[in-house]
Design a protein around this ligand. Structure first.
Ligand code: AMP
Length: 414
């Protein structure tokens, strides 16, 4: 017996409709904001991610799915941003389009220790706006993320906001941290001891309680931001205020990847437990240039679909929506039933039937399980009378009509 690998899931049909809802709502919402879909490959040169996310980031250090091919090293994508920037540069989109707004949906791969809300194959819904440094774009993108959650019928989330500043500001923050934490390394967890040397900003958003205690004592505020970055951050906050979007300025929010600059944000939900981030994003104003493209700013975010589904309490009740279930009794009725089934489907009505000729009771049970709206019954009696019985599953009412396609369509419209 083969089993799926740990941290990868089968999304079975009974759940797929929830995924389709999330995808449909996303597409509709993104198009309102002018985002177009992009579909980069799931596999890239591994070096692209190392260069973009940073050699010392957790993803590069521990979580890459790598595939060796002769002298080349490929990776299953752990996130979408690097591929999209690569694609923007490689397809010369700066010349063709300049400023672009893209969205993407699809699987990502990280070799993590699987637990609730943390998988090895999970799915992102994300956006990237490439080609502008305007603070208005940060406001628009955070508003889009919030609106998207509302459209998914998700409430009770928190938006955490911070500004990391430009690369010089990040260096300033790292040096302040190094000075302040030097005498306190013993109180840090094993991972943060390594982070202290390799990626000190990451110590700030460590979830470990002992690290939090140590960090609490370090005064982190906007003092590290240069004047331009301060102005940018003020504009973002004012813009969010004017749209009445609730957010919390969280100076400890740093995000783990090298490419982030200026605005970073994370959207959390208490119902998720330890892995509480529904989604996250931020600016990456130097990445396009870093990867060989023009010197232009960019910003994006991604939600994890599995986590959205963990907190989404209302479903749209699409199960069996409008479904018609046909039950036939006897060989002759079966042949006539198949003709009716085919013609209803060709007229865009969703129909299902019992292929195994079960008893009437068993077939009714299946119709119920599928959430059928109507059941059509055709037996000896109906054939003799030249009718078909329609049962309305909501009211229980039954009526007999001619088994004529147009007549049936009229009766079965719900
Ligand atoms: P990140 O690229 O790490 O900022 O991730 C963005 C979002 O993707 C997170 O907020 C989570 O909702 C989701 N996510 C990240 N890693 C995982 C994972 N291993 N399993 C499930 N969802 C994840």
């Amino acid at each position: 017996m083969f089993k799926r690998i740990s941290g990868a899931r089968d999304i079975l049909p009974e759940e797929v409709f929830l995924w389709q809802d999330i995808e449909e709502i996303s597409r509709r919402t993104f198009s309102l904001y002018g985002y177009k879909e992009i579909r980069p490959p799931l596999i890239e040169e591994a070096h692209l991610f190392k260069r973009s996310l940073g050699a010392s980031s957790e993803i590069i250090q521990k979580q890459m799915f790598l595939i060796k091919n002769k002298k080349e090293l490929y990776a299953l994508r752990p996130e979408g941003t690097a591929s999209i920037v690569r694609s923007y540069i490689e397809n010369n989109l700066q010349k063709r389009e300049g400023f672009v707004k893209f969205y993407y949906l699809g699987p990502m791969f990280r070799l993590e220790r699987p637990q609730k809300g943390r998988l090895r194959q999970f799915h992102h819904i994300g956006v990237e706006a490439v080609g502008s440094c305007a603070a208005d774009l940060d406001v628009e993108i955070i508003s889009l993320a919030e609106n998207l959650l509302k459209n998914f019928s998700i409430s009770g989330f928190k938006i955490k906001l911070n500004s990391l500043g430009c690369p010089d500001d990040k260096l300033k923050l790292a040096s302040i941290l190094r000075k302040n934490l030097k005498g306190k390394i013993a109180g840090l967890c094993k991972d943060c001891k390594v982070r202290f040397k390799k990626n000190i900003l990451r110590v700030l958003d460590c979830k470990n309680e002992s690290c939090r205690q140590v960090i609490k004592e370090v005064d982190i505020n906007e003092a590290c931001l240069c004047s331009d970055c301060k102005v940018h951050f003020t504009k973002v906050k004012q813009g969010l205020d004017s749209l009445k979007i609730n957010y919390e300025v969280t100076p400890y929010l740093v995000r783990g990847l090298d490419y982030y600059t200026r605005t970073v944000f994370e959207i959390t939900h208490d119902a998720l437990g330890a892995q509480d981030a529904l989604g996250a994003g931020g600016r990456y104003d130097n990445l396009v240039k870093e990867l060989g493209g023009p010197d232009i700013g960019a910003i994006g975010f991604a939600f994890g679909v599995e986590r959205l589904l963990l907190v989404k309490t209302q479903d749209t009740g699409r199960k069996g929506q409008g479904l018609i279930y046909l039950i036939t009794l006897g060989e002759k009725a079966r042949n006539e039933g198949i003709r009716i089934l085919d013609s209803l489907r060709r007229n865009s009505l969703a129909c299902e039937t019992d292929y195994e000729s079960k008893s009437l009771k068993a077939a009714m049970r299946q119709a119920n399980n599928l959430g059928a709206r109507f059941v059509l019954m055709l037996g000896e009696d109906e054939l003799t009378k030249g009718v078909i019985t329609i049962k309305d599953m909501a009211s229980g009412a039954q009526k007999q009509v001619k088994p004529d396609t147009l007549e049936l369509i009229k009766e079965l419209k719900c």
